[in-house]
Ligand binder design. Structure first.
Ligand SMILES: Cc1cc2nc3c(=O)[nH]c(=O)nc-3n(C[C@H](O)[C@H](O)[C@H](O)COP(=O)(O)OP(=O)(O)OC[C@H]3O[C@@H](n4cnc5c(N)ncnc54)[C@H](O)[C@@H]3O)c2cc1C
Length: 593
């Protein structure tokens, strides 16, 4: 086997271990790739149970009051620090342990409710929302999800009230996007009671202020010469723990403490392993599912701020004797921000509900949410920035800070390019396996194979001839629902065609993957918008409201999203890919001067 084949084999093995182990339930997004509309999971639009809504409303009121009085995002940016008094206040309000079970001092909130809280923080200060995410969404998540009762009892109470802080440490110099390439080593002591950890981590939020760090390190696989990743709970008081840089100077989210640390022969008790030995990558990816969901919530909050700022400026600033809101090119931007903010909220709520309902399979949806909301927020900020003209460039307005802060979103917790590929490849795996079944049977028929191939063929054929039903309750949405159903059908057709045309090389064809992933993301976003709008219309009807709710933003989103989907699918056959590769090849071949 040559080096390239060996690398491919390694990647496939890692991907199998990460993504495909365990039962393969048909999640909503996977359903889309199969040509199905798994309506039960997205309709009716999820709601927070009444009892928890009361608790959430109280928390939001308390949080708003605290943030109004004590949070100064501009000062946090200037000082490159979140004051301890703010962290303590967030702890008192319960924000730092919202989803932790009550028995460990948490609030026992659902993800949907947690997202509402993060939206509120994201609306005001990205440094603070990223700090909360680093601590609660990912820092203590492995402990919450994979910790034993003893581990939770020992660590959680102080972490959920903010007395202590958490961090999640995966990234290293050689393990950025290639997260599986962790080099930090952990070897067992002879008596097996401890592990000795050595290596360095970088770009870790909260590294130097955390009291507990979930650290990914490579452990030997017993009985083989292989290694696998294991999650360890490390504390900075362990001898050999060294902070190399407490606060790396940076462009945005300057209030967060992004650090580098080294472990030199750090002795960690085996009781500090989180989850199973060798299953650390699974732990890490599951943790990141939560991080990506609250990413969506924070972006939603920030997009709402963009809308507020855009509207306020467009209604007051006059040029050519008119307020800016009278110009069509300004209206277009404001309408787009309103449409995107509506969709981001809907998508976050639906994704949060997947976690709350205990679905075993939401990896695709959380990746979609992360990519979609971070890309849309970047556009929103660009639009509101443009509407403000030169004033946006000045440091007395929050816009330049918001722009600096938002840029990390497309990179952190999985660069969007990597997640885009992931969405396409994981999504296509289901139909791809069915085609493989059919192909293998044609090449080497056997009785067992024929029956499996028959089932696969029936499924593929069924999806090809059946336009999925998108069940809405409101008559005025039937046309949108039919359009969405037809687009899902077209999408499935395009996926099948790509799989049949390109076969295995599709694993490397990122431009094809990007179009498929983009179409899938817009299908998911449209579904969430349609579901939310349907529920709002029905709610108003049940309430006996005289006027129907204003659904202009949702309507615009659906129209624009459907247009984008048609564009992505059309570009699968009508594109400039060859010219792109030629120009890239030419540039990449030129030695840099
Ligand atoms: C402010 C900040 C806070 C962070 N906090 C944490 C934290 O708390 N914990 C933690 O573990 N990590 C954290 N990170 C690390 C973050 O998750 C990584 O920066 C991110 O995963 C990207 O890795 P990288 O920076 O090494 O970029 P690289 O892996 O070098 O990638 C650079 C670029 O190359 C492109 N690229 C890479 N691979 C592919 C591919 N397969 N296909 C197409 N394009 C590709 C993408 O455009 C990508 O942006 C943080 C980073 C920052 C900047």
């Amino acid at each position: 086997m040559n080096k390239l084949d060996a690398q491919r084999q390694k990647e496939i093995q890692q991907a199998e271990e990460l993504l495909f182990a365990g039962p393969q339930a048909l999640g909503f997004a996977k359903g889309l790739f199969q040509g199905h509309f798994v309506s039960d999971w997205v309709m009716p639009y999820p709601r927070i149970p009444a009892a928890q809504q009361i608790e959430l409303d109280e928390t939001l009121t308390e949080l708003r009051q605290f943030l109004d009085e004590h949070l100064d995002p501009a000062e946090i940016d200037r000082q490159a620090d979140i004051p301890r008094s703010v962290i303590d206040g967030l702890g008192r309000v319960g924000v730092l342990g919202l989803t932790a079970p009550k028995e460990y001092g948490g609030r026992g909130f659902s993800q949907m409710a947690n997202c509402k809280v993060l939206e509120e923080i994201g609306r005001r200060c990205a440094s603070t929302s990223v700090f909360v995410n680093a601590h609660h969404s990912i820092g203590i998540r492995a402990l919450l999800l994979f910790g034993t009762h003893e581990q939770k009892q020992q660590w959680l109470p102080k972490l959920v009230n903010g007395e202590q802080l958490g961090a999640f440490a995966l990234t290293e110099k050689e393990a950025g996007s290639d997260a599986a390439n962790v080099q930090m080593q952990a070897r067992s002591t002879e008596d097996g009671s401890h592990f000795i950890l050595n290596g360095e981590k970088r770009y870790i939020t909260n590294a130097a202020i955390a009291h507990e760090l979930t650290v990914m390190a490579r452990t030997p696989v017993p009985g083989s010469d292989k290694t696998a990743i294991t999650a360890f709970l490390v504390t900075p008081d362990m001898p050999g723990f060294e902070i190399l840089e407490a606060r790396m100077p940076k462009m945005g989210i300057r209030g967060t403490a992004t650090g580098r640390f080294a472990l030199h022969d750090v002795k960690v008790p085996k009781e500090n392993i989180l989850g199973q030995m060798g299953k650390g990558l699974k732990v890490a990816l599951t943790v990141l599912d939560f991080g990506r969901t609250t990413f969506g919530a924070c972006c939603t909050g920030a997009a709402k701020t963009c809308l507020e700022l855009a509207v306020q400026h467009a209604n007051t600033r006059k040029q050519f004797n008119k307020t800016l809101g009278n110009f069509e090119l300004v209206k277009k931007k404001i309408a787009r921000i309103a449409a995107d903010a509506y969709a981001m909220e809907a998508m976050t709520t639906v994704t949060g509900s997947f976690i709350d309902r205990g679905l075993e399979d939401y990896m695709l949806e959380t990746a979609m949410l992360k990519v979609f909301t971070t890309e849309r927020l970047w556009e929103c900020i660009n639009d509101v920035f443009q509407i403000h003209g030169g004033a946006a460039y000045m440091a007395d307005l929050p816009l330049e800070r918001m722009m600096r802060d938002a840029r990390i979103n497309q990179i952190g917790e999985g660069a969007n390019e990597v997640l885009t590929s992931f969405i396409a490849l994981v999504g296509m795996r289901g139909p791809g396996m069915e085609f493989k079944e059919i192909y293998d049977t044609m090449m080497k028929p056997s009785r067992d194979r024929v029956s499996k191939a028959w089932a696969a063929g029936k499924n593929r054929l069924g999806a090809t001839i059946r336009v999925p039903d998108v069940p809405v309750q409101s008559d005025e949405l039937l046309a949108h629902a039919r359009r969405l159903g037809r687009l899902i059908w077209r999408f499935n057709f395009a996926v099948n065609r790509a799989l049949i045309t390109y076969r295995e090389p599709i694993l490397d064809m990122q431009l094809v993957q990007e179009r498929i992933a983009n179409a899938a993301m817009d299908l998911f976003a449209s579904t969430c918008v349609l579901s939310r709008l349907d529920s709002e219309i029905q709610f108003a009807r049940r309430n006996g409201d005289a006027a129907p709710p204003d659904h202009s933003a949702a309507d615009l989103f659906l129209r624009q999203s459907f247009r984008r989907i048609r564009g992505f699918l059309g570009a699968l056959t009508d594109n400039d890919d060859k010219a792109v590769f030629a120009a890239a090849k030419s540039s990449l071949a030129k030695p840099s001067s």
